[in-house]
Design a protein around this ligand. Structure first.
Ligand code: ATP
Ligand code: MG
Length: 357
């Protein structure tokens, strides 16, 4: 008896024939979009190289989740406030604020999370300031490796366990706009770092709880962001490899800011270009030049997509480059829908018509 198993999404298929087991598994997975997979989790951490679209992807995913009725909370870490600003809210730390009926945003800093934790338990803010923000403890809290990251993950852990008066979870889905690649990896490893440092005691035990939650693929997913350019692409691939056993958390990738291929109606560009070259009008020659550059660029993107799907065997959603105001909610909703379209395994797209001479 052969068993094929996959964590993204969770599936076990049992068959006497190993090839048939694998095929059945692929068919099962292909029925689910990346969005289906992400919406089955409780926490999605979005990470990638700086500037690749983490915040944009969080917003798009948040809108898509809320539109499907999930009580969704977007969490920004380390004091970042761009998500809140994207939805027209002024910066404010540690206040859950409504964007839409099912969509909220929260900005965290490690200091605010400690204060919140301590004040909830001892109920005296002045005592917190006396004990934790004095000249000895303040710098200590900031200098322990991984502690600020762990404290913020701990807050997300607490949020996941919050329930309302009916016993229903307050947050169906928490989307974390995590720090960029290297720091993102450190944040994800922070519970283990603290466990190694403490070996036993309450901090060790709490770190373990957080570690167990954030390494459970049934609960937590990682969504990687990248751009169709060499540097961010290689960084995404390196990040995936550096994740080691945590690779099972990676639900998929978003290839962002992809220029759309023109002439999808089937225009045979090489033939058209040949006719246009024969015309002497400089304006037509200039248009020809820019069109050719655009097409070259889209060919490079095809290669980027190919290497990403070769190196990271996960669903890849393609977010188009938005030319006009990418901040308007309609554009973000359009991007969110892209998470719902791509199936897995990624289909090797046929070469665009214009590439065939
Ligand atoms: N699909 C898109 N189309 C056009 N512009 C985009 C798109 N996605 C993101 N951008 C632009 O790229 C910039 C970076 O995007 P974003 O802030 O989401 O990235 P980030 O990874 O969160 O950056 P940081 O590492 O600085 O937090 C944004 O200011 C926005 O202008
Ligand atoms: Mg950002």
């Amino acid at each position: 008896m052969h068993v094929a198993a996959l964590n993204v999404p969770p599936a076990i298929i049992i068959s006497p024939d190993p090839d048939r087991a694998k095929q059945a598994l692929c068919r099962y997975v292909a029925l689910m979009s990346l969005l289906d997979t992400l919406l089955k989790k409780h926490v999605v951490l979005v990470t990638g190289k700086g500037g690749t679209g983490k915040t944009t992807v969080c917003a798009a995913l948040g809108l898509a989740a809320a539109a499907r009725g999930l009580r969704t909370t977007l969490v920004e870490t380390s004091g970042a406030t761009r998500l809140a600003e994207l939805f027209g809210l002024p910066p404010q730390v540690l206040a859950v604020r409504a964007i839409r009926p099912s969509l909220r945003v929260l900005t965290l800093t490690s200091e605010a999370c400690v204060e919140d934790f301590v004040v909830k338990r001892v109920r005296f803010r002045s005592l917190y300031r006396l004990v934790f923000r004095n000249r000895v403890m303040g710098p200590f809290m900031d200098s322990v490796p991984g502690l600020p990251d762990l404290i913020q993950l701990g807050k997300v852990y607490d949020m996941q366990r919050e329930s309302d008066d009916n016993g229903d979870p307050v947050h169906d889905l928490i989307i974390v706009d995590a720090p960029a690649t290297g720091h993102g990896l450190t944040m994800l490893s922070s519970p283990e770092t603290l466990m190694d440092m403490t070996l036993a005691g309450p901090l060790h035990a709490n770190s373990k709880l957080v570690r167990d939650l954030f390494t459970d693929p049934a609960n937590t997913a990682l969504l990687l962001t990248s751009l169709p350019e060499a540097l961010p692409l290689n960084e995404t691939i390196d990040l995936f490899h550096a994740l080691g056993p945590k690779q099972s958390l990676v639900a998929g990738c978003v290839l962002n800011r992809v220029l759309e291929v023109p002439f999808t109606s089937g225009l045979a560009w090489p033939l058209v270009a040949k006719h246009l070259e024969a015309l002497s009008d400089p304006r037509i020659q200039e248009a020809l030049h820019w069109t050719s550059l655009w097409l070259e660029r889209t060919a490079l993107q095809e290669q980027a997509l190919e290497s990403l799907s070769r190196e990271i065997p996960r669903p890849i959603a393609i977010f188009p480059f938005i030319m006009h105001n990418y901040k308007d909610p309609e554009s973000l909703e359009t991007l969110g829908d892209r998470l719902d379209t791509l199936k897995w395994p990624p289909q090797a797209s046929p070469a665009p018509r214009w590439m065939k001479s």
